[in-house]
Each structure stands twice: as C-alpha cells, then as structure tokens.
Design a protein around this ligand. Sequence first.
Ligand SMILES: [Zn+2]
Length: 232
Amino acid sequence: MQEVKESEEFEGTVEFSPEELNSIFTSEKFLETLSTAAEETHKSGYETAFEISVLEEREFVIQNIRKGGTDSMQGEEEIKEVDGMEFFTKKHGDLLHFHFHPGAEGSVGPSGPDLFIFLDERAPSFLGIGQVGEKGRVNILLIKRPRKIITEEDIEDLEESALWSGGQTAQTQGEFLYEPSQRDTQDALSKAGFENFLIRFDRKADGKYKLNKRSQKLLFGLGSARVNLVFP
Ligand SMILES: [Zn+2]
C-alpha cells in the first residue's frame, strides 16, 4: 500500500479530536444548515450542498448552501449564505464536503464521480453524502479521506462491483434487479479503501435536528481528523 505523503503544498495541518468533531456536528450553526438543505432537497428533489472549512485557530466556517441539478450539482445556485466566503483570504482547510442526494428510499452512498474528490491531494478530511428519509430523518454517510493513494481505476472497479449502489440507482445484474443494502454499500466502500460511517440526525417535534445518541458514540470512535491547511 502506497502511503500518502505530506505535500509541500500544505501550510500545516490541524487535528480535530472526536470531541471537537462532535461539537461541530451538534452545533446550532451546523444543525440549522443541515435543516435548510434537507428541506430544500425534500421539497424540490434537487441536490443541495455545503462545505465546512476550518481556520488555523480551530474556528469552523460553513460555506454557502447551494442547490444543484439531480446530477452532481450541475447548474448550481446559491440558496442561503451561512458564513460567507471572507475566510477564504485566510489560511484554511476543508473538513467536510457535503451534499444531499434526492430520494428517500434505498441505501445512501456516493456516486463514482463523487469519490473523484479523493484523487485531489487537497481533498477534505470527509466527504458526506446525505439522504432525507421518512419524517425528515437525515442519514449521512461520512467517508474519511483514504490514507492510501486512490486511483481512478480503484473507483472504476468499485463502480463495476456487483455490490455497488452507484449512489442512487439500482444496478441490473443479469436479468435480476439487485438493490444493495446499506451494509453492502458500506462494505464495498471499505474494501476499496474508503473508511466510512453512517450517522443519523433525528427530527424533533419542533422541526429541529439532533444527532442521534448512537451516532454520537460512533463519532467518538472515529479518531481524530486531520485537516490540511492552505493559503488561497
Ligand atoms: Zn453525489
């Protein structure tokens, strides 16, 4: 296995402990952003996306929420400003790139092209793919930036594997329509070198989101996340 080397391109790294990750995912700012994006995807059937970046002093900023096509955010438009883009002039790094896939049914997982993000050495610490399910409940599959170098062939192999959901669509296997389970999708990703975790956000009676207790435990087992910092 070829390890990813520290790149000279980076201006240092910051490590986020599980406690810090938990405080980001339970913060009001994150939960409100998640709620806005979830409602838009649920209502319109379009993908919605946002990113979490961190600054050297460990502050986190959420980039603006965008709405895009049903295919990899094509023709995207901004729907809400969260922290704006001022942070971009400072040293920063990307912790999470997140987007919702439309459709409440089936397993949640990235499409092949979604994984291409990890071919870039400036990849975020996590890719998150979300699904708005029954009663507004949100599932997010968090995929950690791989420690080994991932190639386009690795992603193509994964796309061709029988257990791969392709993110949203079921694959035909001979004359049978095979729909992979959530477990299948996650196992196929793990086997291809993409460590992943499913976390859930429940919707309370007042419409606000809350990180599910079990997911919180799972987050604590994640270990720390390293974010590579760059100057714009
Ligand atoms: Zn996607």
